[in-house]
Design a protein around this ligand. Structure first.
Ligand SMILES: C[S@@+](CC[C@H](N)C(=O)[O-])C[C@H]1O[C@@H](n2cnc3c(N)ncnc32)[C@H](O)[C@@H]1O
Length: 277
């Protein structure tokens, strides 16, 4: 179904925009806060956990605080306990040892999760290679109206539109400002995507809800993701429904139910983080 014909811009509870799809009666993000949801589900509970894994696997990192106090909350904004600019990958002895973690997003949509990830890569000095799947790209005029730039660090905010403007299927080099991070978007469904095995360290599963798009939340799709991920890789999603959990377990993941975005947010009290065994 092409649901892009009837889509409208909405303002969510934290002042950030989202999109409402009339045909699905579904929004791209939580009504309570698009920015806040993305920061919590994908950055705090996904990317920061990957950073922690990378730091742990780096012999040069010895500070115990990394495992014990990785994430702190200040003024409703989640931060890492790394100091800003603290080197994660630069601690490696040589350029070849610098990790290049692979992130895969299912449902790129507005691009909010990607730009927030590059922002954190910049702040905590970790490059990444980010692959996004999206069968229904948004028209640029709509993306231009989204107010995400005002939530972003000045050094990365111009990349928000660049990610939308760059060509599909071509790897884009984000340059030194993001520590040589790379970005590629594929105009394809997860079902049709031809994957490389054993590649991804982190998956953001951000499809529309299972009640709206049950064909995306299938056992076959989670088995496919398991094959594409590295052992120990992390998958995060805002959802926590039983079918999703069962499919993950049957596909070779260990799951954790963890608190969702925040008390009082309308969408979810619980979310799932899964680890590829
Ligand atoms: C919840 S919305 C997008 C959220 C997005 N990450 C964001 O922050 O804007 C779900 C997205 O999944 C995309 N989608 C729908 N079916 C898909 C499929 N089979 N495979 C991958 N993505 C799909 C939709 O077009 C939509 O952009």
């Amino acid at each position: 179904m092409n649901y892009l014909k009837n889509i409208e811009l909405i303002t969510t509870g934290d002042g950030s925009h989202s999109l409402y799809v009339k045909a699905l009666k579904e929004s791209y993000h939580s009504y309570a806060g698009a920015y806040f949801e993305a920061r919590h589900v994908f950055i705090r509970e996904g990317l920061f956990v990957l950073f922690k894994q990378l730091a742990r696997s780096n012999k040069n990192v010895t500070r115990p605080s990394l495992s014990d106090r990785f994430v702190v909350k200040e003024d409703n904004v989640y931060r890492s306990s790394f100091k800003e600019g603290e080197v994660i990958n630069g601690l490696a002895a040589s350029e070849n040892e610098r990790p290049y973690p692979e992130i895969l997003e299912i449902g790129w949509g507005t691009g909010l999760n990607a730009i927030l990830s590059f922002e954190q890569g910049l702040l905590y000095n970790c490059r990444m290679r980010y692959t996004a799947l999206e069968p229904h790209p948004l028209p640029l005029f709509l993306v231009e109206r989204l107010n995400y730039r005002k939530f972003l660090d000045a050094r990365v905010k111009d990349y928000f539109l660049k990610l939308h403007e760059c060509a599909w299927e071509v790897e884009y080099d984000l340059g030194v400002i993001t520590n040589d991070s790379k970005f590629v978007k594929h105009k394809v469904t997860l079902e049709k995507f031809v994957p490389e095995k054993n590649k991804y360290n982190l998956v953001y599963f951000d499809a529309f809800a299972i009640s709206k798009q049950p064909d995306v939340w299938t056992l076959a799709n989670f088995k496919k993701l398991a094959l594409m991920m590295k052992p120990g890789g992390i998958l995060v999603s805002y959802a926590s429904n039983r079918i999703f959990q069962n499919h993950l377990i049957a596909s070779g993941f260990a799951i954790e139910k963890i608190p969702g975005p925040a008390k009082g947010l309308q969408r979810k009290r619980e979310m799932v983080r899964a680890k590829r065994l």
